[in-house]
Design a protein around this ligand. Structure first.
Ligand code: EPU
Length: 337
């Protein structure tokens, strides 16, 4: 177990922010993880996965445990389905590509989402009509205080829109070490209804898509709209899409007839925050080294040497402006540290 001090976290967060960790330990096996949790319990700990959903506004006065557990294995299968267990430190997109290579279906719509397998259940990642919960079988996690291992079933996780028990009741209590997925081996159920996917497949003249075709379509759409964190620092959607009541929505629609929306239930409607932010005039706005992406207003970006605190101030200005113009509160999806 090697503990380093005063380590820059710039390479480990997709926003590319240069915050420092007071101390840092790279965790590559579960024995080390248990050992560190036992021996280093006299100081604050900070659990770092793929660093793709956080805005570091300051240095981390804690021991950062960087979860880099690796491995993918098939643990069970029938003629139709396969149960694949992936360790928490596997890169999410590499895992999706591994599944596609083996013709395991279910997560092709989640191609190119930044981050790691281990953090995917925490915010129930989702895109293009699919959420992690649709393929989630279970996950294993270690209790930070007593180091007991626990298996969480889908019900245990209480998944919601970008939500789970790990962001609520059990926040900061467990470290997810692996996730098991239930995927299809044949008769894949493709989800290609999402407008952009349909158009992308049509443009490529594909009428009977395979899971690889769907993955390629999603990759093309994401690349055309979302900045690559390797080139421009970002954390994907910075805000969640707000869910409002039908009454609120009707009022909004009377002032802004073009507002897009998705029905959530008979009484609730989801409105795209990207649309609200664009209407408020922020899309493509750049302030020094940070700003709002020019192709998707939901994404805040670091062009080089931005400070997390500057990005956070911009986020707060956006929230205030949206509240003033539309009387809607938008919450951050990204964790503000
Ligand atoms: N829109 C605008 N201006 C913008 C962005 C979007 O007017 O700058 C409008 C679009 O025209 C469209 C609507 O908003 O009518 C929805 O846009 P889009 O399809 O891009 O999806 P989104 O709701 O903005 C969500 C997820 C994304 C995911 C896409 C596709 C959230 C917070 N975000 O974005 O997730 O890729 O749907 O399924 O739910 C992420 O979480 O990091 C992420 C990228």
């Amino acid at each position: 177990m090697v503990i380093e001090h005063n380590v820059s976290l710039q390479p480990y967060n997709t926003f590319g922010l240069n915050a420092k960790a007071k101390s840092y330990c790279n965790i590559t096996n579960e024995t080390t993880l248990t050992e560190v949790l036992k021996t280093e319990n006299n100081q604050p700990l900070f659990i770092l996965g793929g660093g793709s959903n956080m805005l570091l506004t300051k240095d981390i006065e804690a021991l950062v445990l960087h979860i880099n557990l690796k491995g993918i294995e098939v643990i069970n299968e029938t003629e139709d389905v396969v149960f694949v267990k992936a360790m928490a430190g596997e890169n999410w997109h590499q895992f999706v590509l591994w599944c596609i290579k083996h013709n395991y279906g279910g997560i092709e719509n989640l191609s190119l989402i930044p981050g790691n397998v281990g953090t995917s259940p925490i915010q129930n990642i989702g895109a293009y009509g699919i959420e992690l919960k649709d393929v989630f079988e279970s996950c294993e996690a270690i209790n930070i205080k007593n180091q007991n291992a626990r298996v969480f079933t889908k019900d245990d996780c209480k998944f919601g829109y970008r939500e789970s028990i790990f962001k609520q009741e059990l926040k900061g209590e467990y470290i997810i070490t692996s996730v098991t997925f239930k995927l299809t081996k044949q008769n894949h159920k493709l989800h290609t209804d999402y407008g952009a996917i349909k158009q992308q497949l049509e443009a490529s003249n594909i009428s009977k898509p395979t899971i690889k075709d769907v993955s390629n379509a999603v990759i093309a759409i994401r690349q055309s709209k979302l900045p690559d964190p390797k080139e421009i620092g970002n954390s994907g959607s910075f805000f969640k899409n707000p869910v409002i009541t039908i009454e609120q929505f009707k009022k909004l629609q009377s002032n802004f007839p073009d507002v897009p929306s998705y029905k959530v239930s008979d009484s609730m409607v989801k409105v795209p925050a990207g649309w609200l932010i664009e209407q408020a005039g922020f899309k493509g706005k750049r302030f020094n080294d940070y700003g709002v992406h020019n192709k998707q207003a939901l994404v805040l970006v670091n062009y080089g040497n931005a400070k997390g605190s500057d990005v956070y101030r911009l986020a707060q200005l956006i929230q205030k402006t949206i509240k003033r113009i539309f009387d809607i509160s938008i919450e951050t999806e990204v964790n503000i540290i």
